[in-house]
Design a protein around this ligand. Sequence first.
Ligand code: F1P
Length: 317
Amino acid sequence: MGPTEQTIFEQFSYWRAAIAPLEPLPEAPLTVFTGCGTSYNLSLALAAHANARGRRAIAVPGGEWLSRPENYTPVWGSAHVVALSRSGETTETIAAAEASRAVGAKVTAITCEKASSIAGACDRLVVAETHPAEGIVMTASASLMLLLGLELLGQALDDGVAAAAEALLRRADAELPKFLTGRSHFVFLGGGASYGVALEAALKLQEMSQIFSQGFHPLEYRHGPISLIDEQSAVVLLYSPDTSDAEERLVGELRDKGAIVLGLGGPGDIHLDVPVEAALIGLAVLPSLQLLGERAAQSRHIDTVHPRHLSKVVMLG
Ligand code: F1P
């Protein structure tokens, strides 16, 4: 087992170490979740969770929050900013946190590196230790930062979510050969908080296996992108319990056009149950989606320890 696969399968003891109630984020007119790459995708998921819990929130990429916050909200100066960065060193995220504090905003940072630059650019640092074998591609750290963000929003967590995610990972692994064989076009669909998770799954597959992949809100996929579906297509549908009927109809359409569908929490050519409460679906499916990227890379003999053109930290000169 290589280090990427090892990190994916061995992440759950790090989850268990991070599961503890955290003091919630402070009240603010607006909470802005920001980060880059994976950390931005997690921001999207967390902003959706925050709104669903009655806290007004948006997600903005680090570079955008740094350069033009006024394009995202007129109350940018009074926002509470939550900056996510595994490394704590990403240029735009650190600069965005510093710029936010310069105008009086408070910043909470979520990271896996407590001695990093972001520690000096925030008012509160929230840290989880990640698997030491984790490399350039974010796997366990992504799950851990999502978990910490949920705790900061007051979500109760216990060992049940780790156990469910681990069991799902093993069931998914058994089904992935059927899903991947003969397919070269990959799409991830999810609504609400699962949209950020769908984008993260697409990014993971892209980084790990160099396969072009996309994420969409489920019903958006019918408005144009569906023209790409054929017998080469493989679609993951992250079902939302409240919209599963419409999502199931969409799955029927995709299958009719030749796609194989992996339904997480609902019907598909492959159907895997996600037996957790709705707010924890994204967290529970994330390791399985990370493994999908790794298995796709392995099937193409691509080394995910040294992914093409990527580095562990993106620092702009
Ligand atoms: C985020 C990030 C990752 C990407 C690559 C470089 O960094 O851009 O999304 O996969 O590994 O770093 P961070 O700010 O979370 O450390």
